[in-house]
Design a protein around this ligand. Structure first.
Ligand code: Z5A
Length: 206
């Protein structure tokens, strides 16, 4: 049986990842593929519990190292229980965020060492990487304005614009470093224009 494709959707907050997830899944299904959608941190019951721990605003300062390790704990579980078995069954997995988010948020946003992130990536994933990553990119103020309309902010959403600017720059640097895998979509446009660009990218790359 042919292994399924692993496709990730990435970008800063409010760029439209959740909004476009089902659209992308439907594009893939149109080409006759079986597709499941998932997210990080999360994707399994255990990993969703880690997500709740990670996102909840709290009095206690969460150490940057604890945050980084929890991201990879959730990922290890997600990989072994959902992503790998699905791919092996020929199912395409579409994930709202994956390890590029760790480089962008823990590396860029928090300033954790990229080398240490790379060591954890190898430990948890070996050489496994997404087949395609759609990076939705928009100026930070546009994403923040969209996200802020939703009300209560989680622990990450409470960060300042400078944090999200660093996140954005790391995402763009990774797109430049891995052009064969990462496709940048201009997410500042109207939803209709963004989806036209996504459809084009999927047709070209898959
Ligand atoms: N995180 C991390 O630090 N390290 C890691 O390794 C991983 C994650 C995996 C949870 O992620 C947090 O975990 C995340 C990074 C961290 N925190 N942050 N920030 P998440 O993906 O669940 O949370 P999020 O990035 O905050 O998602 P989001 O804010 O929901 O963003 P989104 O999914 O990209 O946006 P959306 O909900 O689809 O759209 C936002 C609004 O904009 C909504 O009202 C839409 O209707 C509207 N929208 C969308 N597209 C358009 C266009 N084109 N025009 C106009 N309006 C639009």
């Amino acid at each position: 049986m042919q292994r399924g494709l692993f496709i990730t959707i990435e970008g800063g907050e409010g760029v439209g990842k959740s909004t476009n997830l089902q659209f992308i899944a439907d594009c893939l299904r149109t080409s006759g593929r079986e597709v499941i959608t998932t997210r990080e941190p999360g994707g399994t019951a255990f990993s969703e519990e880690i997500r709740t721990l990670l996102l909840a605003p709290r009095e206690e300062q969460v150490s940057e190292e604890a945050e980084l390790l929890l991201m990879f704990s959730a990922r290890a579980q997600h990989l072994s229980q959902l992503i790998m078995p699905s791919l092996e069954n020929g199912v395409c997995v579409l994930s709202d965020r994956f390890t590029d988010a760790t480089y962008a948020y823990q590396g860029g946003g928090r300033g954790q060492s990229m080398e240490r992130i790379a060591i954890l990536e190898t430990m948890v994933q070996g050489g496994f990487r997404p087949d395609l990553t759609l990076l939705l990119d928009a100026p930070v103020e546009i994403g923040m304005a969209r996200a802020n309309k939703r009300g209560a902010l989680d622990r990450f959403e409470q960060e300042k614009a400078a944090f999200f600017e660093r996140v954005r720059q790391v995402y763009l640097a990774r797109a430049e470093a891995y052009p064969e895998r990462v496709c940048v979509i201009d997410a500042s446009k109207s939803l209709q224009a963004v989806q036209a660009e996504i459809l084009q990218a999927i047709k070209e790359r898959i």
